[in-house]
Design a protein around this ligand. Structure first.
Ligand code: HXC
Length: 521
């Protein structure tokens, strides 16, 4: 008899478990799920499945209950409290993940919802694995008042603690409004999807009331605005599946944490289509796409661009050389002649600091006429923003390898990881021009009297420009001073960088003791 009772008890317990599990896992119910799908969105669980290696997800805290007591919340069941948390694998490597479930109370963030997120963040930090957060939420759960604000505060605090310790990735797959945007903003990389992502501090209604401006949600904070104009997001995808593919690719370049090195892949030669000599126009005045030069240098010509659509006058991204991840920074002469402006400075500085925090060597390709002039830039604080580039490169103690392709003028020469900011190796192509400014501008200033006083000022201008060009528009003056370590033909660039990476592998560089620096944020 007793044995029969035990068996019944066991069966009942198992039945109870499955029934509780299926209730908790069903999200906000059929109607809400249909609405989610009708708006072109996947459910939270589908998203996690699409992101991770098949069958690798392990869920935590499925049975957590919400803490709302007021406004009729006490009797309400909110499946998994509107957020799915756990860990899984990407290409066999562990990651922690959370996905807000918009079908449950609009994915709104209550106290326990936040606790689930902070728990999985703590876990990621302790274990040293990346944390990926999928945001799709109406923001702070209004019924829970200050307790939901407390939840956001706890998340922001952990985002800051985890910064530079584990890679933090945010995915915006729905609304992410009000203070909620500040968690993604504190993380390393933000992914958005066309027509699905919406990020803003205040929505169109508030904008209309307060500023009197009529603007649609898409125009105010849609995916394109975020990647092209605001620069809050780093990656743009046309649909959710493409977005998850991008995240998996990004993770493949990164270490699990700052305690580890990025995984080394099998080395591959660049593709034959990217032959460096064939990519450089004979006429030094014709600009080339620096991304093609990068593709001619990295393994399999695989360059994974970060912030591709923002400040395109600078290029940042990951690649591999002889299997090892490198962070590449380049000036893009095709846009604004490759000048540094406010946005390009922010883009470069942030990328350099990420690479430095995670031990990723930096390769800098220089072709820069200087900082962008103009009152817009001056009044917008180009001095303050430009200083971030100097700070980030100077602060970085990872291997720093610089190649000067063409122009390296003025402040741009110094800022783009010159020896003076402690590049470990500076190479220059024979086409490099390293000077305070371009020969035309320089001749007009320093030979003004000779030019004006000449019988044929235009002829004199030509003579003086040539004089300046012969003297400075080359790499040899800098090489004579030791500011350039080697002048190399373009075809030797990959081999020179690969060798420099080997030499710098165990680089150590001391810094003065301090709590932390005070960069020009
Ligand atoms: C509680 C919420 C909610 C919220 C949505 N819901 N947002 N419940 N708290 N913040 C609920 C809705 O009541 C609804 O419940 C369900 O989620 C789906 O919402 P809908 O409005 O039907 O969806 P949709 O039409 O797609 O509109 C989505 C939305 C809208 C644009 C996000 O819901 C909205 O404007 N929500 C409020 C946004 C907001 O003001 N949040 C507070 C921001 S302040 P039912 O039961 O009807 O299905 C903030 C401060 C953070 O976040 C500060 C941190 C420092």
């Amino acid at each position: 008899m007793r044995r029969e009772g035990d068996v019944m008890n066991f069966v009942q317990r198992i039945w109870e478990f499955f029934s509780r599990k299926s209730t908790a896992a069903q999200g906000g119910g059929d109607k809400a799920i249909l609405k989610q799908k009708a708006s072109g969105k996947m459910t939270a669980r589908e998203r996690i499945a699409a992101l991770l290696d098949p069958g690798s997800f392990h869920e935590y805290d499925l049975f957590v209950e919400h803490a709302g007591k007021d406004f009729g919340m006490a009797d309400k069941e909110l499946a998994a409290d509107g957020v799915i948390t756990g860990s899984g694998l990407i290409e066999g490597r562990p990651v922690c993940v959370y996905a807000q479930d918009f079908t449950v109370a609009g994915g709104s963030l209550g106290f326990m919802h936040a606790r689930k997120i902070t728990k999985v963040m703590d876990h990621a930090l302790k274990m040293g694995v990346p944390i990926i957060g999928i945001n799709d939420s109406g923001g702070a759960r209004i019924q829970e008042g200050v307790n939901s604000l407390a939840g956001y505060g706890e998340i922001f605090y952990r985002n800051t603690l985890a910064s530079g310790v584990v890679p933090q990735i945010s995915v915006i797959l729905g609304p992410c409004a009000g203070g909620a945007v500040y968690s993604p903003a504190l993380t390393d990389f933000v992914f958005v999807v066309d027509k699905i992502s919406r990020m803003f501090i205040t929505g169109p209604e508030v904008v209309k009331t307060v500023v009197g401006e009529e603007i649609s949600m898409e125009e105010l904070g849609g995916a394109r605005v975020q990647v092209e104009t605001a620069g809050n997001a780093h990656f743009f995808a046309r649909d959710e599946r493409e977005c998850f593919g991008q995240i998996r690719k990004l993770v493949s370049f990164l270490p699990d944490s700052n305690r580890r090195k990025a995984a080394v892949a099998a080395p591959k030669a660049p593709k034959a289509a990217y032959k460096i000599e064939a990519l450089i126009p004979k006429d030094s005045k014709i600009p080339f796409d620096v991304r093609d030069i990068v593709r001619a240098l990295v393994d399999d010509s695989d360059f994974f661009e970060v912030q591709e659509h923002f400040a395109p006058n600078a290029v940042t991204g990951f690649g591999r050389i002889e299997g090892e991840t490198v962070g590449v920074v380049g000036n893009q002469a095709l846009y604004l002649a490759g000048v540094l402006d406010i946005d390009a400075s922010d883009k470069i500085a942030r990328f350099v600091r990420f690479c430095d925090a995670f031990g990723i060597p930096l390769v800098t390709l220089v072709d820069i006429p200087g900082y962008l002039p103009g009152s817009d830039q001056e009044h917008g604080g180009v001095i303050r923003h430009g200083a971030k580039v100097l700070y980030a490169y100077s602060e970085a103690s990872v291997p720093k390898i610089t190649v000067i392709l063409r122009k390296a003028y003025g402040g741009g020469y110094i800022a783009m990881c010159s020896h003076h900011l402690r590049a470990d190796f500076v190479f220059a192509w024979p086409t490099a021009e390293i000077a305070v400014m371009g020969p035309e501008g320089a001749a007009n200033i320093i030979f003004r009297n000779e030019i004006m006083g000449a019988d044929d000022p235009e002829e004199m201008r030509r003579v003086k420009i040539k004089e300046y060009t012969d003297k400075f528009a080359n790499p040899y003056v800098a090489a004579a001073a030791g500011y350039v370590d080697a002048v190399i033909p373009p075809g030797e660039t990959r081999a020179s960088i690969a060798h420099a990476l080997k030499v710098t592998r165990d680089k150590e560089e001391a810094r003065p003791a301090r709590k932390h620096g005070v960069p020009p944020f």
